[in-house]
Ligand binder design. Structure first.
Ligand code: ADP
Length: 451
């Protein structure tokens, strides 16, 4: 008797939904993709075995609607739920609800997500596992102005005040001197309460010109955890990543390996299961932990390109109880990979551009991978994120990866909506990006100075 294949419900949309569908098919699993009314006719749904409507176009009523997603999982006979990124991917409540319904959430437990979702408790866990953190206390700030001032003096200005429950680059404030400290603390506390439902704030040293460097990890439910390399995501605009690459250029590999090992050890200590990313600021040869993402990230393909691994398939395998088949010694990174996030937006003003894609030509050739759900005739809905895909290139060297990105971006044509492809073409020719190792402020600075 043949065993019924397990079924995965994809609780997401767009390019990541298609990426998950591909991994499920590769693993021989049945896959059902949830969709909203706006996405009803999206062609990527046909790649799944089944698709199921979970509600109206507004994400709050569909992709963020826990009861509707659980009902869909039940209707289609799902055993597992993949949350993708964004939407409910880092909702401990969703992870708990999936588990309570007797299904497997593809990600860590709700408790681990809760610990990592609170930046103060995450920092405390990292300090306990000897992962280096930004200087500053591993506790929330008290109300008392004098104590706040003493903490800032001990850290040394400039400092940054952040919401413990913050995310998406919101709820933080840089303070240059004692004059502005108390008001900044008060405003950040108010914002934290308003945006994140809890008013806890904390303080740490503000680093002047750091790079954003992160470590990809994967851990199984048998106590094994390995790190799969590093990525540099310093090319950001308004704290949103625009270009990512692997590995991070110009950083001592021994130091990266040391940090990678600590991240993997930390996963073993906290009982982490799944794929995850430890995000660091890197400055003057030192790493400082800022936060952990408990999900697959947009930029995971650059790691896949240099390691030859399928992170989403590994993520599904560890969620269904399989042990990792690789040890740390089996993970090798060769060459270089670059990812350009393609957004449907005005390349100058950055305002989202909704509409119908009238014609689409995707690039190809050696070392070029395009992860997208976009097709000609598809309508880009104003309801969701403007990212319509990713152009990922590989080269034996960083220069070769950039050369392939240039040629891929020159070839790619999207008509009907505006995209940031012209911006990416400029970035691939920009002197400092091409030299490698820019800080997180470089892109905004360059945007201001370019003609
Ligand atoms: P979020 O969860 O909102 O993305 P993070 O803690 O990851 O918040 O920080 C987002 C960005 O803010 C970082 O990528 C970095 O650009 C900046 N940042 C955060 N903490 C610091 C710090 N201590 N010093 C300098 N920049 C910081």
């Amino acid at each position: 008797m043949t065993k019924t294949p397990q079924t995965v419900l994809v609780a997401n949309r767009g390019e990541i939904a298609l990426r998950i569908i591909r991994a499920c098919r590769y693993l021989g699993l049945r896959v059902v993709c949830a969709h909203s009314e706006a996405d009803r006719d999206a062609p990527y749904l046909k790649a799944a075995d089944q698709s199921i409507c979970v509600g109206p176009s507004a994400a709050g009523k569909s992709y963020l609607n826990i009861p509707a997603l659980l009902a869909a999982a039940k209707t289609c006979g799902a055993d597992m739920v993949h949350p993708g990124y964004g939407f409910l991917a880092e909702s401990a409540e969703f992870a708990d609800a999936v588990a309570a319904a007797g299904l497997q959430f593809i990600g860590p437990s709700g408790d681990v997500m809760r610990m990592m979702g609170d930046k103060v408790s995450a920092k405390r866990a990292m300090i306990a596992s000897s992962v280096p953190c930004v200087p500053g206390p591993d506790s929330t700030l008290p109300e008392d102005p004098e104590t706040i001032a003493t903490i800032a003096d001990e850290i040394g200005y400039p400092v940054i005040i952040k919401a413990a429950g913050g995310g998406g680059g919101r709820g933080m404030r840089v303070v240059e001197s004692a004059d502005d400290l108390i008001e900044a603390a008060m405003l950040t506390r108010q914002e934290a309460g308003r945006f994140f439902g809890q008013s806890d704030i904390y303080m740490e040293k503000f680093l002047g010109k750091p790079r954003h460097v992160e470590i990809q990890i994967i851990a199984d439910s048998h106590g094994n955890a390995i790190w799969l390399g590093d990525r540099d995501c310093s090319m950001q605009r308004r704290h949103q990543k625009v270009v990512e690459e692997a590995p991070a250029p110009g950083i001592d590999r021994t130091l990266i390996a040391e940090i990678g090992e600590r991240c993997a050890a930390s996963c073993r200590e906290i009982g982490y299961v799944g794929a995850g990313t430890f995000e660091f600021l890197y400055e003057d040869g030192q790493f400082f932990f800022i936060e952990m993402n408990t999900r697959v990230q947009v930029e995971h393909p650059v790691t896949e390109m240099v390691t030859g691994l399928d992170i989403v398939a590994m993520q599904i395998d560890v969620a269904r109880g399989k042990a990792l088949t690789l040890t740390q010694d089996d993970v090798h990174s060769t060459g270089h990979s670059i990812e350009c996030r393609i957004n449907a937006e005005d390349p100058t003003s950055f305002t989202p551009s909704a509409g119908t894609i009238t014609s689409l030509h995707l690039p190809g050739g050696p070392g070029v991978r395009v992860d997208t759900h976009a097709t000609a005739g598809m309508t880009i809905s104003p309801f969701y994120d403007s990212m319509i895909g990713k152009v990922i290139t590989y080269g034996k060297t960083r220069g070769e990866a950039i050369a392939r990105a240039r040629s891929a971006l020159a070839e790619m044509q999207v008509e009907g909506v505006l995209t940031n492809i012209p911006l990416h073409r400029q970035i691939m020719d920009e002197t400092e990006f091409c030299a490698g190792g820019v800080s997180i402020h470089h892109m905004e600075h360059w945007l201001k100075t370019r003609e």
